[in-house]
Ligand binder design. Structure first.
Ligand SMILES: C[S@@+](CC[C@H](N)C(=O)[O-])C[C@H]1O[C@@H](n2cnc3c(N)ncnc32)[C@H](O)[C@@H]1O
Length: 218
């Protein structure tokens, strides 16, 4: 089935996210894990003079986004892994590095290196991800996954800074991670951190309790 890009671009959380990005008046934005381009479709309209770069591990997404937005002169699209951004962009300094529902896929053992690399190539990080506001509730959820046998390979006590598994499907063996982004970013000496809970109700319990926009200014 063909992806519905109009629905994707108009997803209610994007308006809120764009309202935050707008304050930065960016000249360059790297949308890491851009998917089909749901944010790119809005960014090109809002910032017609900014350089907008989409980056995703999934070549099908990049091909789709190229078809939808490749004609905009300020848009470029790359297929690569977030784990390679430092090598791909070297000393480029983007005004904004954006992630939207991407870091939640990154496991605890990789998140430190990825945040370090994102801080290397970006002046400001804006991340729409699952943030842990209440450490104990989230740790209890992680504990539940472990003891219920749904996810046997999780440690009994998970690290809320590096990631607590808040979704696991045995069918696809996908895990999704919530984390305490303030604690994580503090490891890199980032002091200017703002975390805003997403206001919308998505009908998904995890988005409603954990969905947040994390802003980190370096
Ligand atoms: C839930 S989708 C979100 C897509 C997009 N950010 C949006 O808001 O519509 C997550 C995206 O992250 C991409 N992704 C997952 N792991 C990645 C990685 N290691 N490097 C780059 N992209 C990744 C996936 O291919 C997918 O397109």
């Amino acid at each position: 089935m063909e992806h519905n890009i109009v629905e994707d671009v108009n997803h209610p959380h994007r308006k809120f996210l764009l309202g935050i990005i707008e304050k930065y008046n960016p000249k360059s934005i790297l949308d890491v894990g851009c998917g089909y381009g749901g944010n790119i479709g809005n960014l090109v309209k809002m910032f017609p003079n900014a350089e907008v770069i989409g980056f995703d591990i999934d070549n099908e997404c990049i091909k789709f986004a190229r078809k939808a937005f490749g004609d905009y002169p300020n848009v470029s699209l790359f297929c690569d892994r977030i784990q390679n951004i430092k090598d791909v962009f070297k000393s480029t300094s983007f005004d904004i590095i954006l992630t939207d529902a991407v870091l939640m896929m990154i496991p605890p053992e990789e998140i430190h290196g990825i945040i370090e690399d994102m801080l290397h190539v970006g002046n400001n990080l804006i991340m729409c991800e699952w943030n842990i506001f209440n450490k104990w509730t989230t740790l209890a959820l992680g504990f539940y996954y472990r003891v219920s046998g749904k996810c046997k390979d999780l440690p009994f006590i998970q690290n809320s800074k590096l990631g607590v598994c808040v979704r696991h499907s045995n069918v696809y063996s996908e895990k999704r991670w919530a984390r305490d982004y303030k604690a994580l970013l503090s490891d890199f000496g980032v002091k200017d951190i703002m975390i805003t809970k997403l206001p919308e109700k998505f009908g998904d319990k995890r988005w409603d309790t954990l969905g947040s926009v994390i802003e980190a200014r370096t």
